[in-house]
Write a protein that binds this ligand. Structure first.
Ligand code: AMP
Length: 249
């Protein structure tokens, strides 16, 4: 069974995001980049399926600039067997990402495609769903448990009211939620080995997909600064402040 995992290069989640002085976008110069955390969970799940003997090959794919090969090397160090880089310097929106991934799915014919539920830079939460629509494959989004059994996969989904389990017939698309697993750290020998694993590079043109933007970014602003809190000495003082300062009582 072949598993395709989509990984995105995003600003590292530990970095405090800064807006550019001209408000045209967020600052990316000299900013630490990393694999999107939900994609790390996707890679981990695919590697665990391989370790269990369920998957035979794990292929990582990314769409982005040359530097995004770093995230593919990370996926390889974590246990992916080979990687595909769709190279573009354009800002690629979800629909174009989904179209490119659909082409990769057509070429690779994976039995399972695992994506993150959401990229933490644009917070779109739509690529997996769009990919399912374009490929006409069943989808199990927000997965907190994935169990493959023959040509079926049971996906437990985190939904507003609790948990829902759906059974999909493979090939299928799964997007990962936070509680699916705890991703491992790459070990130094695996990082060294990853440098020798195959990484194939292609362009959106090779795949026949236009990446032109449908959306114009007008302005980016930081959220309003939050005022510091105060400690009150007594319940009476709290009630007084709520009544007379916050005017919520
Ligand atoms: P989004 O819909 O943008 O929030 O992203 C959801 C998931 O789609 C991510 O966690 C990735 O698995 C995948 N994805 C989004 N953008 C890319 C990209 N440029 N390259 C590879 N995978 C991507």
């Amino acid at each position: 069974m072949k598993v395709l995992v989509a990984v995105k290069r995003v600003i590292d989640y530990n970095v405090k995001i800064r807006v550019k002085p001209d408000h045209s976008d967020v600052e990316l110069t000299n900013v630490k980049m990393a694999m999107n955390p939900f994609c790390e969970i996707a890679v981990e799940e695919a590697v665990r399926l391989k370790e269990k003997g369920v998957a035979t090959e794990v292929v990582a794919v990314t769409i982005g600039p040359k530097a995004a090969q770093e995230q593919l090397r990370t996926a390889l160090a974590l246990g992916a067997d080979r990687a595909i880089h769709v190279a573009t310097d354009d800002k690629v929106e979800s629909l174009a990402v989904a179209k490119l991934l659909a082409k990769v799915v057509e070429d690779e014919q994976p039995n399972l495609v695992i994506l993150g539920k959401q990229a933490i830079d644009t917070d779109n939460n739509q690529t997996g769903q769009m990919l399912a629509a374009l490929t006409d494959l069943p989808q199990g989004t927000f997965a907190s448990e994935v169990t493959v059994d023959g040509d079926k996969v049971a996906v437990t989904r985190e939904i507003d009211g609790g948990l829902q389990t759906v059974e999909l017939t493979l090939p299928a698309i799964v997007t990962t939620d936070l509680r699916l697993n705890e991703p491992r750290y790459a070990k130094l020998p695996d990082i060294m080995k990853a440098k020798k694993k195959p990484l194939d590079s292609k362009t959106p043109e090779d795949l026949g997909v236009a990446t032109g933007s449908q959306v114009t970014l007008l302005k980016v602003e930081s959220p309003a600064e939050r005022k510091g809190g105060v400690k009150v000495g007594s319940v009476d003082e709290l009630v007084d402040k709520l009544k007379n300062e916050a005017k919520v009582l």
